[in-house]
Design a protein around this ligand. Structure first.
Ligand code: IPT
Length: 976
């Protein structure tokens, strides 16, 4: 059997060990290598000739112009024929020379690969030294005897497919290659180090024991420790490590000729009374699932991008990361130690594609595969065992139930009893210290919180296992599928997660969109873009970051709902500390009061020190008198710079309406007068085919608005449609609403004006809005009136006919939106509004929208989802203006609120576009003024949306005004 198809994990390699920062000499072998791609696995030793090209290592050849990347979600892109691979097994030969200096200690030197996807063989100076599998794990070969001073030749043959691929069916791009660092290390004298650093929260004492080679000396200068290997040293008082205060102590391990540098964090994790604790306190994970992804480099991550990920997580109140679904580059965990994140380190095992054999032949349940699986677990645990940030070992993802997990869990517990073990997919949870699920509906989560969940089928006749499972704490391994526009509903999940102690937090799926930018391209590609027959489409474009690492609105919403400090009020104004370990003395509280969006007062509040879990009341700032809308905004910001944000960075905020002091009678009267009820002040003029009312001109025959305060407008009609989001579409048609919306014809509504009635006080247009081919309809009236400088429109909507469904017509229970659409001249491209912002918001993703005055251009209102879909709505808008460069334009007011969307393309353009570049600006601006939109949800992989916009009668009112040039208010917020 060929080595890449056998079940041996690797041959000729060294035993796994920790990733160490050593003083021993090393030669960096990253850089430009010679490269040749073969269709299948060639024989013989790679030999460079003129047909070879160059390739950058670390890197994936498919992202450097050789063949193409491939994306499938669950399906293996080869027959399920374990352990075999198809003959067409792309194989990349990589060759480079390197110089070993005369003085360099070749004896016992080790060649180390941090990650090669998926199987490789290595030759040094023409001598085969070994093979390895396990893409996201290190391999080491002793090569010293084959080296010589001067020029040496290194050849690596990488097979895209191997028996190992059956264990690597993660939902991500298939990206072969030497994608992590390659290094030649002088013989390690300190072979391995295992740090055990615990913390006793009752006494504040620490214990340190470092296992390493016999003659080494362990030093922690700051603590005055000089210890022998294996010696247990008690320290009376240490500062513990936590994600909130990631205190690290520099340490060294020395032998003559080698120093290893360590950063030690003292912390103890334990299960106490059915809860997972660190340093004596139950942890609460505000987490994300993170794949390694770079839009150009794939999984060949730079350290800068890793740091950027973690800085962004910290800035967005994320405190935990699950390394979905494989061990990350080792430098990532160093950064987690340094910046402070709790880590679930997940092994490189996923056999998901066996769903297509109904799990027949699943390697996880086949003892023949146990050695290969255990090899992976050992390589992860040994490599990462010294990171205080890693608190949980995850055996795998999505590999069903299998006996081999028992082997992995037993070995792990034996080797490292000081951490917990996690595996989600085995419904008995026999080998896991946690109960866990993915994407449950809220009701299920609530039942788990109260321990009233249904018994899983798998434990129904195993009372012993069921009793064990029911006692376990719960982690929500994945939820809130952030595909496209969404997720919605984060606040609902958070409320439940925080309410029940058994629920120890969750991990949103997922951190970053996997869109790839191929050389020279401007659009991000996803599955199907190369005409592949089997692919996962855009299912991996489901992150909180866009592929270029710009935060999406979903991440901003997550930041808000995760706030570890909560501010409630306004009277009493209370600050709640939801942190686990630390007080709030790193924060400053600042407040401001705005009147109609303009700041009129501001100040600081002295925050008393509040211990974790406690709260304190503060004096509510007093507002000056006003009859206009007044809002108090209180923000908790960092008082000092940290490693991940500068002083002033906002951690939490809240906004409250200010109750004005009792208003003097005159002011009340003034306020009453501004309410637009009673008699209209302008009358309708008939002028041939044109009707004039206030600033509006209408077509006599159709009742259509044609001009507004001199600006040409078109097509102001009822609109119920939006470009479906990925979450509207559901998963394979399940749980989504798009199908139902299309079945009800909402994507093909036609309008028939029934009457244009000129009335004493205005114009009444009655219309029937109904889909092609169906009998249902929406009776719509547009009532126009004019008051002084305002033209007012009241839209009344009455559903009629078979919305509830009949034997032949499916039920349609919700509408995408209720509002009007209209077309404006393209020059009215400057937008100002007073309402929710600065970014988009939707019914179930609006916690982060703050009421204020904002301005930007129509182009800047767009959210650049990789796959175009509904986006960019601003909610709770009191008024909005669209003006041209000279300041002429229109103002729209709500009564009191509306939702604004404006773009240079139509909803239909947005709906049919598959990539950003499919959207071409048209000659107009298309504006939607809505009463409401359907929620977003996360049904692309999850339960149906809860915040649905019911099919029902609605009435709402808008006012239109002219805008003339004036100077902008100095307080207007700019969208950054
Ligand atoms: C879950 C996978 O674990 C994850 O890798 C990803 O594919 C996610 O779904 C959806 O994007 S599997 C879950 C649907 C049972």
């Amino acid at each position: 059997m060929r080595y890449f198809e056998d079940l041996s994990p690797s041959t000729g390699g060294r035993e796994p060990r920790a990733w160490l920062r050593s003083s021993r000499p090393r030669i960096d072998l990253n850089g430009s290598w010679s490269f040749k791609l073969w269709d299948g696995a060639p024989d013989g030793i790679p030999t460079v000739d003129e047909s070879w090209g160059a390739l950058t290592v670390p890197g994936h050849w498919v992202l450097q112009g050789h063949e193409r990347p491939r994306y499938t979600n669950t399906a293996f892109p080869f027959p399920i024929d374990p352990p075999y691979t198809p003959d067409a097994n792309p194989t990349g030969d990589h060759v480079r020379t390197f110089d070993v200096p005369e003085y360099w200690p070749v004896d016992g030197a080790v060649l180390r690969f941090e990650g090669v996807d998926s199987c490789f063989k290595v030759w040094v100076n023409g001598i085969e030294v070994g093979t390895a599998k396990g893409s996201r794990l290190p391999s080491e070969f002793v090569v010293g005897e084959h080296l010589r001073p001067g020029r040496n030749l290194l050849a690596v043959r990488v097979h895209q497919w191997s028996s190992g691929s059956y264990l690597e069916d993660q939902d991500m791009w298939w990206l072969p290659g030497i994608f992590r660092d390659v290094t030649l290390l002088a013989r390690p004298l300190i072979d391995d180090v295992f740090v055990h650093a615990s913390y006793d929260h009752l006494t504040g004492a620490g214990t340190l024991r470092v296992e390493t080679v016999p003659d080494a000396v362990v030093r922690v200068p700051e603590l005055g420790i000089v210890a022998a290997p294996g010696e247990s040293v008690a320290i009376d008082a240490v500062e513990p490590w936590s994600a909130e205060e990631p205190r690290l102590y520099d340490a060294t391990v020395d032998v003559p000729g080698e120093t290893v540098e360590l950063r030690i964090g003292f912390r103890t994790v334990a299960m106490v009374d059915g809860l997972f604790t660190a340093n004596g306190r139950p942890l609460f994970f505000r987490g994300v699932n993170r794949h390694e992804h770079d839009e150009r480099r794939g999984r060949a991550m730079t350290v800068e991008a890793m740091r950027q990920d973690l800085v962004l997580m910290k800035q967005h109140n994320v405190n935990a990361v699950r390394t979905a679904h494989y061990p990350p580059h080792p430098a990532f965990l160093d950064l987690c130690d340094e910046l402070g994140l709790w880590v679930i380190d997940e092994c490189d095992i996923e056999t998901h594609g066996f769903i297509y054999t109904d799990w027949r032949g699943n390697p996880a349940d086949d003892p023949d595969w146990a050695p290969m699986m255990l090899d992976r677990m050992r390589r992860m645990v040994e490599r990462d065992k010294n990171h205080p940030s890693v608190v949980i070992w995850s055996l795998a993802n999505e590999s069903h139930r299998g006996r081999n997990f028992g082997t992995l869990a037993a070995w792990t517990r034996e080797r490292d009893p000081d951490r917990a073990v996690f595996y989600e997919r085995d419904r008995t949870y026999e080998f896991s210290d946690f109960y866990s699920l993915m994407y449950p509906p809220l009701e299920d989560l609530e039942a788990i919180g109260t321990r009233t969940e249904d018994v899983p089928d798998e434990t129904a006749d195993r009372p012993d296992l069921e009793a064990r499972r029911r006692a376990l704490p719960f982690i929500l391994a994945e939820y809130a599928h952030a595909m496209g526009n969404g997720p919605g509903g984060l606040a609902d999940y958070q409320r439940i997660l925080e309410h029940y102690p058994r629920l120890q937090g969750g991990f949103v799926w997922e951190w970053i969109d996997h869109g790839l930018l191929l050389p020279g391209a401007t659009d991000h590609v996803y599955g199907g873009d190369f005409g592949e027959r089997l692919h996962g489409a855009n299912f991996c474009i489901d992150g909180l970051l866009f592929p270029d690492r710009t935060p999406s609105p979903g991440l901003l919403e997550y930041k808000k709902v995760l706030e570890p400090i909560r501010i409630t009020g306004p009277d009493p104004l209370t600050v709640h500390n939801h942190r686990t370990f630390t007080g709030v003395d790193d924060l400053t509280l600042v407040w401001s009061i705005t009147t109609d969006g303009t700041e009129v007062a501001s100040g600081h509040l002295e925050a008393p020190d509040i211990s974790p879990g406690r709260s304190a009341d503060l004096p509510t700032p007093a507002a000056p008198f006003s009859t206009d809308e007044q809002l108090l905004t209180v923000r908790a910001v960092l008082a000092k710079d940290t490693a991940w944000a500068a002083a002033g960075h906002e951690v939490a905020w809240a906004q409250f309406p200010v109750e004005p002091p009792a208003a003097p009678a005159a002011a009340e009267a003034a306020e009453a007068a501004s309410v637009l009820e009673g008699s209209p002040t302008a009358v309708l003029l008939e002028d041939g085919e044109v009707l004039r009312l206030g600033g509006g001109e209408f077509d006599r025959a159709t009742g259509q608005l044609t001009r507004l305060f001199g600006h040409q407008v078109d097509g102001l009609v009822l609109d119920l449609w939006r470009a479906p989001t990925d979450n509207d579409n559901g998963q394979g048609g399940r749980n989504g609403v798009t199908q139902e919306w299309r079945a009800a014809g909402l994507d093909r509504l036609l309008h028939r004006v029934e009457s244009v009635e000129v009335q004493d006080d205005g114009l009444l247009v009655r219309a029937r809005v109904a889909p092609e081919g169906l009998g249902l309809a929406v009776r719509t009236t547009y009532r126009w009136r004019a008051y002084d400088d305002q033209l007012q429109l009241t839209v009344d909507v009455q559903p009629e006919g078979e919305w509830a469904g009949t034997a032949v017509t499916p039920r349609c229970g919700s509408w995408p939106r209720v509002g009007v659409r209209m077309t404006l001249p393209r020059t009215l491209e400057n937008v100002q509004w007073y309402g929710g912002g600065p970014g988009e918001s939707y019914a179930d993703s609006r916690e982060t929208a703050r009421v204020g005055r904002y301005e930007c251009t129509v182009d800047e209102l767009q959210t650049p989802y990789v796959v175009p879909q509904e986006n960019g709505a601003r909610t709770d808008v009191r008024w909005a203006e669209l003006t041209d460069a000279d300041g002429n334009g229109l103002r729209v007011t709500g009564a009191p609120l509306f939702q604004l969307t404006a773009r240079r393309w139509t909803t239909e353009d947005l709906e049919t576009a598959r990539h950003r570049s499919d959207l071409t600006p048209r000659d107009h601006i298309y504006v939607n003024l809505d009463l409401a939109q359907n929620g977003l949800g996360s049904a692309s992989c999850g339960p149906p949306t809860r915040d649905s916009l019911q099919v029902a009668p609605y009435t709402y009112t808008l006012g239109f005004h002219a805008v003339k040039p004036r100077s902008a208010g100095p307080e207007d917020h700019q969208i950054p």
